[in-house]
Design a protein around this ligand. Structure first.
Ligand code: PLP
Length: 383
Protein backbone atom coordinates (compact mmCIF):
# COMPACT_ATOMS: atom_id res chain seq x y z
CA UNK A 1 0.00 0.00 0.00
CA UNK A 2 1.10 3.58 -0.51
CA UNK A 3 2.94 5.07 2.45
CA UNK A 4 3.61 8.73 3.19
CA UNK A 5 7.17 9.79 2.47
CA UNK A 6 7.64 11.61 5.75
CA UNK A 7 6.82 8.39 7.61
CA UNK A 8 8.99 6.25 5.35
CA UNK A 9 11.88 8.63 5.99
CA UNK A 10 11.95 7.87 9.73
CA UNK A 11 13.78 4.66 10.64
CA UNK A 12 12.24 2.30 13.21
CA UNK A 13 13.34 2.84 16.82
CA UNK A 14 16.80 1.41 17.52
CA UNK A 15 15.60 0.11 20.87
CA UNK A 16 13.16 -2.36 19.28
CA UNK A 17 15.86 -4.53 17.72
CA UNK A 18 17.28 -5.37 21.15
CA UNK A 19 13.91 -6.25 22.55
CA UNK A 20 13.29 -8.57 19.63
CA UNK A 21 16.53 -10.47 20.35
CA UNK A 22 15.74 -10.44 24.10
CA UNK A 23 12.24 -11.83 23.55
CA UNK A 24 13.72 -15.02 22.08
CA UNK A 25 15.82 -15.69 25.22
CA UNK A 26 14.69 -17.42 28.45
CA UNK A 27 16.71 -15.91 31.24
CA UNK A 28 17.10 -12.30 30.15
CA UNK A 29 17.28 -9.52 32.71
CA UNK A 30 16.08 -6.39 30.99
CA UNK A 31 17.50 -3.05 32.04
CA UNK A 32 16.25 -1.73 28.75
CA UNK A 33 12.76 -0.43 29.30
CA UNK A 34 11.95 2.99 30.68
CA UNK A 35 9.12 2.11 32.97
CA UNK A 36 8.76 1.51 36.70
CA UNK A 37 8.64 -2.09 37.89
CA UNK A 38 6.02 -0.99 40.46
CA UNK A 39 2.27 -1.00 39.93
CA UNK A 40 0.26 2.19 40.29
CA UNK A 41 -0.49 3.06 43.94
CA UNK A 42 -3.37 0.98 45.28
CA UNK A 43 -5.64 3.96 46.00
CA UNK A 44 -5.35 5.08 42.37
CA UNK A 45 -6.16 1.58 41.13
CA UNK A 46 -9.17 1.44 43.48
CA UNK A 47 -10.45 4.74 42.12
CA UNK A 48 -10.23 3.32 38.60
CA UNK A 49 -12.09 0.17 39.67
CA UNK A 50 -14.77 2.19 41.50
CA UNK A 51 -15.33 4.38 38.46
CA UNK A 52 -15.84 1.30 36.31
CA UNK A 53 -18.22 -0.23 38.86
CA UNK A 54 -20.24 2.95 38.76
CA UNK A 55 -20.41 2.71 34.98
CA UNK A 56 -18.32 5.82 34.32
CA UNK A 57 -17.31 4.76 30.84
CA UNK A 58 -18.23 7.80 28.74
CA UNK A 59 -16.05 10.47 27.15
CA UNK A 60 -15.00 13.36 29.36
CA UNK A 61 -14.62 17.02 28.38
CA UNK A 62 -11.99 17.38 25.62
CA UNK A 63 -9.63 19.15 28.00
CA UNK A 64 -10.06 16.45 30.66
CA UNK A 65 -12.27 16.26 33.75
CA UNK A 66 -12.56 19.59 35.56
CA UNK A 67 -11.83 17.82 38.86
CA UNK A 68 -8.59 16.42 37.48
CA UNK A 69 -7.49 19.76 36.04
CA UNK A 70 -8.12 21.35 39.44
CA UNK A 71 -5.90 18.70 41.09
CA UNK A 72 -3.18 19.17 38.46
CA UNK A 73 -3.27 22.92 39.05
CA UNK A 74 -2.61 22.33 42.79
CA UNK A 75 -0.03 19.58 42.16
CA UNK A 76 2.28 21.66 39.97
CA UNK A 77 2.49 24.50 42.49
CA UNK A 78 5.23 22.47 44.21
CA UNK A 79 7.44 23.55 41.29
CA UNK A 80 6.28 27.19 41.41
CA UNK A 81 4.02 26.65 38.43
CA UNK A 82 0.75 28.52 38.49
CA UNK A 83 -1.69 27.38 35.79
CA UNK A 84 -5.45 27.91 35.79
CA UNK A 85 -7.50 24.71 35.50
CA UNK A 86 -10.01 26.10 33.01
CA UNK A 87 -7.81 27.47 30.25
CA UNK A 88 -4.18 26.60 30.87
CA UNK A 89 -4.20 22.82 31.43
CA UNK A 90 -4.88 20.08 28.90
CA UNK A 91 -5.19 16.43 29.95
CA UNK A 92 -3.63 14.17 27.31
CA UNK A 93 -3.15 10.52 26.48
CA UNK A 94 0.30 10.24 28.01
CA UNK A 95 2.94 12.96 27.90
CA UNK A 96 3.60 11.54 24.43
CA UNK A 97 0.37 13.01 23.10
CA UNK A 98 1.11 16.31 24.82
CA UNK A 99 4.49 16.54 23.05
CA UNK A 100 2.89 15.68 19.72
CA UNK A 101 0.07 18.22 20.15
CA UNK A 102 2.46 20.98 21.10
CA UNK A 103 4.72 20.27 18.14
CA UNK A 104 1.81 20.05 15.72
CA UNK A 105 0.24 23.25 16.95
CA UNK A 106 3.45 25.31 17.10
CA UNK A 107 5.73 23.98 14.36
CA UNK A 108 5.04 24.90 10.73
CA UNK A 109 6.61 22.94 7.86
CA UNK A 110 10.21 24.06 7.55
CA UNK A 111 10.46 25.38 11.12
CA UNK A 112 13.43 24.26 13.19
CA UNK A 113 13.30 22.71 16.64
CA UNK A 114 16.58 22.48 18.53
CA UNK A 115 16.88 19.10 20.24
CA UNK A 116 19.65 18.56 22.81
CA UNK A 117 21.19 15.13 22.32
CA UNK A 118 21.45 12.43 23.51
CA UNK A 119 17.68 12.70 23.51
CA UNK A 120 14.50 10.77 24.22
CA UNK A 121 13.83 8.87 21.01
CA UNK A 122 10.42 10.41 20.18
CA UNK A 123 11.31 14.07 19.78
CA UNK A 124 13.04 14.02 16.40
CA UNK A 125 10.38 11.80 14.72
CA UNK A 126 7.58 13.93 16.24
CA UNK A 127 9.14 17.10 14.82
CA UNK A 128 9.62 15.47 11.42
CA UNK A 129 6.07 14.08 11.29
CA UNK A 130 4.93 17.68 11.70
CA UNK A 131 7.10 18.73 8.75
CA UNK A 132 9.69 20.46 10.94
CA UNK A 133 13.45 20.08 11.02
CA UNK A 134 15.28 18.89 14.12
CA UNK A 135 18.57 20.61 14.90
CA UNK A 136 20.87 18.49 17.04
CA UNK A 137 22.50 20.32 19.96
CA UNK A 138 25.11 18.10 21.61
CA UNK A 139 25.46 17.72 25.37
CA UNK A 140 28.37 15.87 26.91
CA UNK A 141 29.57 14.12 30.01
CA UNK A 142 32.15 16.88 30.50
CA UNK A 143 29.18 19.15 31.35
CA UNK A 144 27.24 16.41 33.16
CA UNK A 145 24.95 16.35 30.12
CA UNK A 146 23.49 19.76 30.99
CA UNK A 147 22.56 21.96 28.03
CA UNK A 148 24.84 24.98 27.69
CA UNK A 149 24.44 28.28 25.89
CA UNK A 150 27.77 27.62 24.12
CA UNK A 151 26.38 24.39 22.67
CA UNK A 152 23.18 26.17 21.60
CA UNK A 153 25.20 28.92 19.92
CA UNK A 154 27.62 26.56 18.19
CA UNK A 155 24.79 24.44 16.82
CA UNK A 156 23.09 27.51 15.36
CA UNK A 157 20.08 27.33 17.66
CA UNK A 158 19.80 31.14 17.68
CA UNK A 159 17.95 30.76 14.37
CA UNK A 160 15.67 27.95 15.57
CA UNK A 161 11.97 28.44 16.29
CA UNK A 162 11.74 26.23 19.36
CA UNK A 163 13.84 24.30 21.84
CA UNK A 164 12.94 20.87 23.17
CA UNK A 165 14.13 20.43 26.73
CA UNK A 166 14.05 17.30 28.90
CA UNK A 167 15.38 17.56 32.46
CA UNK A 168 15.57 15.29 34.40
CA UNK A 169 16.72 13.60 31.23
CA UNK A 170 16.05 10.38 29.42
CA UNK A 171 18.50 8.77 28.54
CA UNK A 172 21.25 10.31 30.69
CA UNK A 173 19.53 10.89 34.05
CA UNK A 174 21.05 14.40 34.03
CA UNK A 175 19.37 17.32 35.77
CA UNK A 176 19.91 21.07 35.40
CA UNK A 177 20.33 23.59 38.19
CA UNK A 178 18.30 26.78 38.39
CA UNK A 179 21.28 28.87 37.30
CA UNK A 180 22.05 26.61 34.32
CA UNK A 181 18.39 26.84 33.30
CA UNK A 182 18.46 30.62 33.75
CA UNK A 183 21.27 30.85 31.15
CA UNK A 184 19.30 28.74 28.68
CA UNK A 185 16.18 30.80 29.44
CA UNK A 186 18.04 34.04 28.68
CA UNK A 187 19.19 32.58 25.35
CA UNK A 188 15.60 31.60 24.48
CA UNK A 189 14.29 35.06 25.34
CA UNK A 190 17.07 36.76 23.39
CA UNK A 191 16.46 34.67 20.27
CA UNK A 192 12.71 34.32 20.67
CA UNK A 193 12.53 30.52 20.98
CA UNK A 194 9.45 28.68 22.22
CA UNK A 195 10.45 26.12 24.86
CA UNK A 196 8.88 22.67 24.87
CA UNK A 197 9.83 21.36 28.30
CA UNK A 198 9.26 17.68 28.96
CA UNK A 199 9.26 17.42 32.75
CA UNK A 200 7.83 13.93 33.06
CA UNK A 201 10.62 13.01 35.49
CA UNK A 202 10.21 16.16 37.65
CA UNK A 203 9.07 14.04 40.60
CA UNK A 204 12.12 11.77 40.33
CA UNK A 205 14.96 14.00 41.55
CA UNK A 206 17.48 12.65 44.05
CA UNK A 207 19.41 15.80 44.94
CA UNK A 208 16.71 18.31 45.81
CA UNK A 209 13.73 19.89 44.12
CA UNK A 210 13.16 20.16 40.41
CA UNK A 211 13.16 23.61 38.80
CA UNK A 212 10.87 24.16 35.84
CA UNK A 213 12.16 26.55 33.20
CA UNK A 214 8.59 27.89 32.96
CA UNK A 215 8.92 29.21 36.53
CA UNK A 216 11.82 31.51 35.59
CA UNK A 217 11.18 35.19 34.82
CA UNK A 218 9.82 35.87 31.34
CA UNK A 219 9.50 32.18 30.46
CA UNK A 220 5.91 31.24 31.23
CA UNK A 221 4.61 32.96 28.11
CA UNK A 222 7.00 31.11 25.80
CA UNK A 223 6.96 27.64 27.39
CA UNK A 224 4.80 24.54 27.16
CA UNK A 225 5.41 22.10 30.03
CA UNK A 226 4.68 18.37 29.66
CA UNK A 227 4.22 16.01 32.56
CA UNK A 228 2.23 12.89 33.36
CA UNK A 229 1.54 9.92 35.55
CA UNK A 230 3.58 7.22 33.77
CA UNK A 231 6.84 7.58 35.67
CA UNK A 232 6.23 9.13 39.11
CA UNK A 233 2.93 7.29 39.65
CA UNK A 234 3.90 4.06 37.85
CA UNK A 235 0.91 4.38 35.52
CA UNK A 236 2.51 3.83 32.08
CA UNK A 237 -0.29 1.57 30.82
CA UNK A 238 -3.06 3.93 31.91
CA UNK A 239 -1.82 6.46 29.34
CA UNK A 240 -2.32 9.78 31.04
CA UNK A 241 -0.35 13.00 30.88
CA UNK A 242 -0.92 16.72 30.67
CA UNK A 243 0.32 19.95 29.16
CA UNK A 244 0.58 23.35 30.89
CA UNK A 245 0.74 26.47 28.75
CA UNK A 246 -0.74 29.93 28.26
CA UNK A 247 -4.41 29.82 27.23
CA UNK A 248 -3.86 30.48 23.52
CA UNK A 249 -1.39 27.59 23.24
CA UNK A 250 -3.72 25.24 25.12
CA UNK A 251 -6.58 26.26 22.82
CA UNK A 252 -4.43 25.41 19.79
CA UNK A 253 -3.34 22.06 21.24
CA UNK A 254 -6.91 21.26 22.19
CA UNK A 255 -7.98 21.89 18.60
CA UNK A 256 -5.73 19.05 17.43
CA UNK A 257 -6.64 16.91 20.45
CA UNK A 258 -10.42 17.26 19.98
CA UNK A 259 -10.24 16.05 16.39
CA UNK A 260 -7.74 13.24 16.95
CA UNK A 261 -8.36 11.98 20.49
CA UNK A 262 -11.68 13.51 21.67
CA UNK A 263 -10.69 12.95 25.29
CA UNK A 264 -8.14 10.95 27.23
CA UNK A 265 -9.05 7.63 28.89
CA UNK A 266 -11.81 8.20 31.44
CA UNK A 267 -10.82 5.37 33.80
CA UNK A 268 -7.27 6.67 33.90
CA UNK A 269 -8.52 10.17 34.73
CA UNK A 270 -10.35 8.79 37.78
CA UNK A 271 -7.15 7.01 38.84
CA UNK A 272 -5.14 10.20 38.34
CA UNK A 273 -7.45 12.32 40.51
CA UNK A 274 -6.91 9.91 43.38
CA UNK A 275 -3.19 9.64 42.62
CA UNK A 276 -2.87 13.39 43.12
CA UNK A 277 -5.14 13.50 46.15
CA UNK A 278 -3.74 10.72 48.27
CA UNK A 279 -0.68 9.01 46.81
CA UNK A 280 2.26 11.29 47.69
CA UNK A 281 3.53 8.78 50.25
CA UNK A 282 3.43 5.90 47.77
CA UNK A 283 5.27 8.05 45.21
CA UNK A 284 7.90 8.98 47.80
CA UNK A 285 8.40 5.31 48.67
CA UNK A 286 9.05 4.48 44.99
CA UNK A 287 11.37 7.47 44.63
CA UNK A 288 13.43 6.39 47.61
CA UNK A 289 13.74 2.85 46.25
CA UNK A 290 14.89 4.23 42.89
CA UNK A 291 17.44 6.31 44.76
CA UNK A 292 18.88 3.23 46.54
CA UNK A 293 19.14 1.40 43.23
CA UNK A 294 20.67 4.44 41.53
CA UNK A 295 23.51 4.61 44.08
CA UNK A 296 24.08 0.88 43.82
CA UNK A 297 24.18 0.76 40.00
CA UNK A 298 26.41 3.82 39.58
CA UNK A 299 28.92 2.62 42.15
CA UNK A 300 29.02 -0.89 40.62
CA UNK A 301 29.75 0.55 37.16
CA UNK A 302 32.55 2.71 38.48
CA UNK A 303 34.01 -0.20 40.45
CA UNK A 304 34.12 -2.41 37.37
CA UNK A 305 35.90 0.31 35.37
CA UNK A 306 32.95 1.65 33.34
CA UNK A 307 33.06 5.37 34.08
CA UNK A 308 29.58 6.45 35.15
CA UNK A 309 28.66 10.06 35.95
CA UNK A 310 26.28 10.74 38.81
CA UNK A 311 22.81 10.86 37.29
CA UNK A 312 20.56 12.78 39.68
CA UNK A 313 17.14 12.24 38.16
CA UNK A 314 14.80 9.88 36.26
CA UNK A 315 15.78 6.19 36.57
CA UNK A 316 18.67 5.78 34.14
CA UNK A 317 22.41 5.40 34.49
CA UNK A 318 24.50 6.29 31.44
CA UNK A 319 27.94 4.68 31.86
CA UNK A 320 30.72 4.83 29.30
CA UNK A 321 31.32 1.35 27.92
CA UNK A 322 34.85 1.97 26.68
CA UNK A 323 34.26 1.03 23.04
CA UNK A 324 31.49 0.45 20.52
CA UNK A 325 28.21 0.67 22.42
CA UNK A 326 26.19 -1.32 19.84
CA UNK A 327 28.67 -4.19 19.97
CA UNK A 328 28.81 -4.07 23.78
CA UNK A 329 25.01 -4.24 24.09
CA UNK A 330 24.67 -7.01 21.54
CA UNK A 331 27.47 -9.19 22.97
CA UNK A 332 26.30 -8.59 26.55
CA UNK A 333 22.83 -9.73 25.57
CA UNK A 334 24.04 -12.86 23.78
CA UNK A 335 26.71 -13.85 26.32
CA UNK A 336 25.16 -12.82 29.64
CA UNK A 337 21.51 -12.29 28.78
CA UNK A 338 21.33 -8.74 30.13
CA UNK A 339 19.54 -6.18 27.95
CA UNK A 340 20.73 -2.58 28.00
CA UNK A 341 20.29 0.07 25.29
CA UNK A 342 23.28 1.33 23.26
CA UNK A 343 23.69 5.07 23.80
CA UNK A 344 24.02 5.82 20.11
CA UNK A 345 20.28 5.20 19.51
CA UNK A 346 19.70 8.47 21.42
CA UNK A 347 21.64 10.56 18.92
CA UNK A 348 24.95 12.33 18.92
CA UNK A 349 26.87 12.28 22.21
CA UNK A 350 25.34 8.91 23.08
CA UNK A 351 28.04 6.89 21.29
CA UNK A 352 30.25 4.90 23.65
CA UNK A 353 27.58 4.94 26.38
CA UNK A 354 24.88 2.54 27.54
CA UNK A 355 21.48 3.46 28.88
CA UNK A 356 20.76 1.30 31.88
CA UNK A 357 17.34 1.56 33.49
CA UNK A 358 17.35 0.80 37.22
CA UNK A 359 13.55 0.59 37.38
CA UNK A 360 14.01 -3.10 38.23
CA UNK A 361 13.92 -4.96 41.56
CA UNK A 362 17.11 -4.91 43.66
CA UNK A 363 17.77 -8.66 43.48
CA UNK A 364 17.52 -8.67 39.68
CA UNK A 365 19.67 -5.57 39.54
CA UNK A 366 22.36 -7.26 41.65
CA UNK A 367 22.32 -10.31 39.38
CA UNK A 368 22.44 -8.09 36.28
CA UNK A 369 25.39 -6.09 37.61
CA UNK A 370 27.26 -9.35 38.43
CA UNK A 371 26.69 -10.55 34.89
CA UNK A 372 27.85 -7.23 33.40
CA UNK A 373 30.95 -7.35 35.61
CA UNK A 374 31.69 -10.89 34.42
CA UNK A 375 31.25 -9.79 30.81
CA UNK A 376 33.59 -6.82 31.27
CA UNK A 377 36.20 -8.94 33.06
CA UNK A 378 36.11 -11.89 30.67
CA UNK A 379 35.05 -10.67 27.24
CA UNK A 380 35.40 -6.93 26.97
CA UNK A 381 38.48 -4.82 27.10
CA UNK A 382 37.75 -1.25 28.17
CA UNK A 383 39.50 1.09 25.75
N1 PLP B 1 8.95 11.81 27.78
C1 PLP B 1 10.02 11.14 28.20
C2 PLP B 1 11.27 11.89 28.46
C3 PLP B 1 9.97 9.76 28.40
O1 PLP B 1 11.06 9.12 28.84
C4 PLP B 1 8.78 9.07 28.12
C5 PLP B 1 8.70 7.60 28.25
O2 PLP B 1 9.69 6.91 28.29
C6 PLP B 1 7.68 9.80 27.70
C7 PLP B 1 7.79 11.18 27.53
C8 PLP B 1 6.37 9.15 27.39
O3 PLP B 1 5.52 9.28 28.48
P1 PLP B 1 4.00 8.82 28.47
O4 PLP B 1 3.97 7.38 28.93
O5 PLP B 1 3.36 9.72 29.49
O6 PLP B 1 3.48 8.99 27.11
Amino acid sequence: MKRAERVQAIPPSGIRRFFEIAEEMDDVISLGVGEPDFSAPWAARMAAIDSLEQGKTSYTANRGMAELRAEISKYVRRWDLDYGPDEEILVTTGASEAVDLAVRSIVDPGDTVAVPEPSYISYVPTVRFAGGEALSVPTSQAEDFALTVEALREAGAADADALMLCYPNNPTGAVMTRSQLADVAAFCREHDLVVLSDEIYAGLRYDGEHTSIASLPGMRERTVVFNGFSKTHAMTGLRLGFALAPADAVTAMNRVHQYTMLSSPTTAQHAAIEALRSCDDAVEEMRSQFDRRRRFVISRFNEMGLDCFEAKGAFYAFPRCGGDDERFAEELLRDQEVAVVPGSVFGSGGEGHLRVSYATGMSELKEAMDRIEAFVAEQWSVA
